[in-house]
Design a protein around this ligand. Structure first.
Ligand SMILES: [Zn+2]
Length: 562
């Protein structure tokens, strides 16, 4: 009796471990259209895991977005980048749903937002309404879908967060997406890990050829190996009704039938998301644009997406023994792709060694490091690098060549420039720039204090001092000076800045602030006359745009409106 009781307890705890317990029919589809995804939960993105579902909106803006469950609007955030216009709804059971890249809000919420935008005289805003202020029912219209902020196409970004604001896989809550297609395997890679380990007599990373079998699974030629080795896989999921390449749900590895590694995209925290950079083979990604997920865990990687990891997922291959390594990739609907890798343990005396790069700058990940030359100083706090590394650093006049972008940075490295040799007027127009493709300078947030400029960076590369002597460019789109525009519903102006970039803008009519929404993707400022901010017939419009070094352009025009 007791034995069975223990057995039941044991299996319950196994289930609890494999998938978080959540309500299954609490949240509804926030759109009226069938769920077709351009992005899944946990999908690999630049420096982060995708924290929700990207739901396609039939190439349109303005689809009704509805609250997925009853609750109250707990947060509204509007920013030029990021989620653009975003709405957060807190539900009584502790979960929060998030709706991003919105075109606009429902009339009631829109009025609430505009009131605060006019009071703050700012388009960008963050509001935390009280529980009683904006109550919503399940299925109630709260917004319209759009493409605002850092969005690469028309869609709704939808998130479900737990009580600790950790994003969870919305599909765990019973939100279903039609999917009858297996995950695609784009590549398999093998990594010898020690000085004396090898795969096919080489100590270098290797791409392993996949052999498709009749039953839909894959195998490989038998690998010769010895010592500590690991594997990596590039895989994406495709779902029905769309060709988008999305993230998979689960990756599992077994050695001789025993589970040695699992990666489950159920839940993570924003604090850990940047550790994606050590889940993937970052260097390979930089040169090949293919994200290979390692099926072993780097020592300093705290990601909570891992489960059942034995010996960090590393295999210890012994001379003269046979092994069967199996990788299973699963999507949320349960479609599977399987790769079987036969391995023959074989000691090798002639291993082609790994090419090692040594420079005069050896940086330990758990210690800070600094160096200085040509009036340029570099400070790398501990924890900035994921691993100990020789960095390739050189100084040429005003420029520092700070290693290469194939090494990821976890937290800011500081670069300082001594600018004492420049005149005050010159310094005013100067900024720290990253040199991009074709040595084109781009603005790196520059802090100026006396004779020292500093910037914090999270990408290696070439940094220099540049100057911007040109004011931003302003051009009206749907009106001109002296015109009657009674039929216009909006006032549109294009703005841009060549070098340092736009820092701020402010528009007034007859001396009074008017709200203009900024869309960086088409350099457009838009005022909506429906705001009721323009009340006179004769109007003096004034727009002041400032760039990041303080160059100012002012545009003035008169327009008439009835
Ligand atoms: Zn998204």
């Amino acid at each position: 009796m007791r034995f069975y009781y223990l057995l039941i307890l044991f299996s319950i705890s196994l289930i609890a471990q494999s998938q978080p317990q959540v309500p299954k029919d609490y949240f509804e589809n926030p759109l009226d259209v069938p769920l077709v995804l351009s992005g899944t939960f946990g999908e690999l993105r630049s420096n982060h895991f995708h924290s929700g579902l990207d739901i396609k909106t039939q190439q349109r803006e303005g689809l009704a977005v509805k609250s997925a469950a009853p609750g109250h609007v707990s947060r509204i955030k509007i920013q030029h980048y990021g989620y653009g216009k975003a709405l957060y709804i807190q539900h009584p059971n502790g979960y929060t749903t998030v709706y991003g890249h919105l075109q606009r809000f429902s009339p009631e919420i829109e009025a609430y937002v505009k009131k605060h935008q006019y009071a703050n005289e700012s388009y960008e805003i963050e509001l935390f309404p009280e529980a009683g202020e904006l109550q919503v029912e399940s299925g109630e219209l709260v917004a319209y879908s759009g493409n605002t902020g850092g969005s690469g196409g028309l869609h709704l970004h939808f998130e479900i967060r737990d009580g600790s604001q950790r994003p969870m896989n919305p599909k765990l809550f019973g939100i279903e997406v039609q999917d009858n297609r297996k995950p695609l395997i784009n590549g398999l890679f093998a990594y010898p890990m020690d000085a004396d380990s090898h795969i096919n007599h080489s100590a270098e990373r290797q791409r392993i050829r996949l052999i498709p079998l009749k039953d839909g699974t894959y195998t490989t030629e038998k690998l010769n190996a010895c010592g500590k080795v690991g594997f990596g896989i590039s895989t994406v999921d495709q779902q029905d009704m769309a060709s988008n390449q999305n993230g998979v749900y689960k990756i599992e590895a077994n050695l001789n039938g025993d589970n040695v590694f699992q990666l489950n995209f159920d839940r993570f925290s924003f604090a850990e998301t940047r550790h994606l950079n050590q889940l993937i083979d970052y260097e390979y990604y930089t040169s090949n644009r293919l994200r290979v997920q390692k099926l072993f865990v780097e020592e300093s990687n705290p990601l909570s997406l891992y489960a059942n990891v034995q010996s960090e997922g590393r295999l210890d291959i012994q001379d003269d023994l046979d092994y069967n390594y199996t990788i299973t990739v699963t999507d949320f609907a349960g479609n599977e792709s399987v790769i079987r890798v036969p391995i023959q343990g074989e000691f090798s005396e002639s291993i082609q060694p790994k090419k090692l790069e040594e420079t005069e700058y050896f940086v330990q990940a758990n210690q800070s490091f600094s160096t200085e030359q040509n009036g340029i100083d570099i400070y790398i706090p501990k924890g900035s690098l994921y691993q100990d590394k020789y960095l390739d650093i050189s100084f040429n006049g005003n420029t520092v060549n700070l290693h290469r972008d194939d090494t990821p940075i976890h937290q800011n490295i500081t670069i300082g420039f001594d600018v004492s040799k420049y005149e005050a007027a010159e310094k005013e127009k100067m900024f720290i720039a990253k040199l991009g493709y074709g040595n084109r300078p781009s603005y790196s947030s520059t802090y100026k204090k006396g004779d020292r400029f500093t910037t914090g960076i999270r990408t290696f590369g070439n940094y220099t001092l540049a100057s911007d002597n040109n004011a931003p460019w302003i051009s009206p789109v749907n009106f001109s000076n002296g015109q009657w525009i009674s039929n216009n519903s909006t006032l549109k102006v294009k703005i841009s800045d060549d070098l340092s970039g736009i820092k701020s803008y402010r528009a007034t009519v007859n001396g009074k602030f008017i709200l203009m929404e900024y869309e960086y993707k088409d350099n457009m400022l838009t005022h909506d006359f429906a705001d009721g901010a323009v009340t006179e017939t004769e109007n003096d419009f004034k727009l002041i745009v400032t760039d990041n070094v303080g160059n100012v352009n002012t545009y003035e025009a008169k327009f008439f409106k009835k």
